[in-house]
Ligand binder design. Structure first.
Ligand code: NAD
Length: 338
């Protein structure tokens, strides 16, 4: 029996580069990516199985690209809050308009399942100290968060019995990937500690930032292709993260300092414009996917593993601060060249 065909958009990014190996045993994968970070690797890519790779803008996807595809995991995006401000127009086009266009085309083409990866950034600056459930007030403050939320609102409406939709809102992901990112919180702290023995904090350390290991993220995505999407959850959003996985920035920095001895924490005088803070509830995730869905819930161990991964791959301060792992530097370089 032939395997089900899954299209992963954004498969040449941080998460996508790990996800393909999680899926390749059970699915026939097609990867589609514009290729912004194609050559930004800190480790040789070892794909368990070969798969078809298309280098294309999601905005240009045509019906023929979706032929025989059963499911789409939509990761492609100008991804993260500061990065979305470099080229606002392109961020709005990619994260909102092209994303909704792809969802609509997918429905027209008879695709059965559409997994849209959104973000918890849409909770923005939460004044609420309770754990935010999926229906909590949204206060997106960045172009990235606004565009992801705008897309969500339109994609929700497309769900029906023939076109099943799940919208995931992951916590900030961390952990090893051949296309590593040093511009997201825990990766940044560990990378900085490993390469300069310093962690730099651009706030008072009080903002809440839930985190999720990349392997858990991928396992949830794999499971989302297998579960029955009942009427109750079809077209709804699910926060992705770990019970106990809500940390303040300060707590995360201290955990890295304790785990990697000799690390100094520096509070920078110029605060970042990024004022996001949100504490998130993951009860819906556990209810749908079961208690065993999270496999790695030991941050200290994960920090050690990440530091080991960096040392093994000769991760230097130069790489930490270069376009290879920092998306803002990479995209500024690309946009200036266009
Ligand atoms: N990494 C996190 O912490 C995190 C947290 C929450 C949500 N997410 C979401 O998960 C998804 C994947 O995140 P990531 O960390 O792997 O991001 P990433 O930036 O590493 O990868 C995104 C990929 O999308 C591609 N892309 C961008 N514009 C495109 C276009 N127009 N057409 C085709 N491809 C395009 C890029 O080339 C890149 O390979 C994103 O949608 C992001 O918003 C990530």
């Amino acid at each position: 029996m032939s395997k089900k065909k899954v299209l992963i958009t954004g498969n040449l990014g941080y998460i996508g580069s790990v996800l393909t190996n999680y899926l390749s045993d059970d699915y026939d994968i097609v990867g589609l990516d514009i290729g912004y970070f194609q050559n930004c690797k800190i480790q040789k890519i070892r794909n368990k199985k070969k798969f078809k790779q298309t280098i294309k803008d999601i905005d240009k996807i045509k019906k023929k690209d979706l032929k025989n595809i059963e499911t789409i995991i939509h990761l492609a995006s100008l991804s993260n809050d500061p990065l979305g401000e470099i080229n606002k127009k392109l961020t709005i086009r990619t994260n909102h308009h092209s994303t909704v266009k792809l969802a609509r085309l997918s429905k027209q083409c008879g695709i059965k399942r559409f997994i849209y990866v959104s973000t918890q950034s849409l909770y923005g600056v939460s004044k609420n100290n309770n754990y935010l459930k999926e229906d909590a007030k949204k206060s997106p403050v960045t172009t990235y968060a606004i565009t992801k939320y705008d897309a969500e609102k339109k994609i929700f409406k497309l769900a029906d019995d023939n076109f099943k939709i799940l919208i995931f809102r992951p916590a900030t992901v961390f952990g090893p990937s051949p296309r590593f990112r040093s511009d997201i919180i825990l990766n940044n702290f560990v990378g900085s500690a490993v390469t300069s023995k310093k962690i730099r904090i651009f706030s008072d350390g009080k903002p809440w930032r839930p985190i999720l290991h990349i392997d858990d993220m991928c396992k949830i995505l794999v499971k989302s292709l297998k579960i029955d999407i009942s009427k109750k959850i079809n077209g709804t959003a699910i926060n992705l993260g770990v019970r106990g996985g809500n940390y303040t920035v300060k707590k995360l920095a201290n955990l890295v300092k304790q785990t990697l001895p000799g690390t100094e924490i520096v509070y920078e005088k110029n605060p970042s414009k990024d004022q996001r803070t949100y504490k998130v509830s993951f009860e819906k995730l556990y209810k749908i996917f079961g208690n065993k869905i999270i496999i790695k819930n030991n941050v200290v161990k994960q920090i050690k593993e990440l530091a080991k991964f960096m040392k093994k791959n000769k991760f230097s301060y130069k790489i930490f601060t270069s376009h290879k792992t920092n998306r803002i530097i990479r995209l500024k370089k690309i946009f200036n060249e266009i």
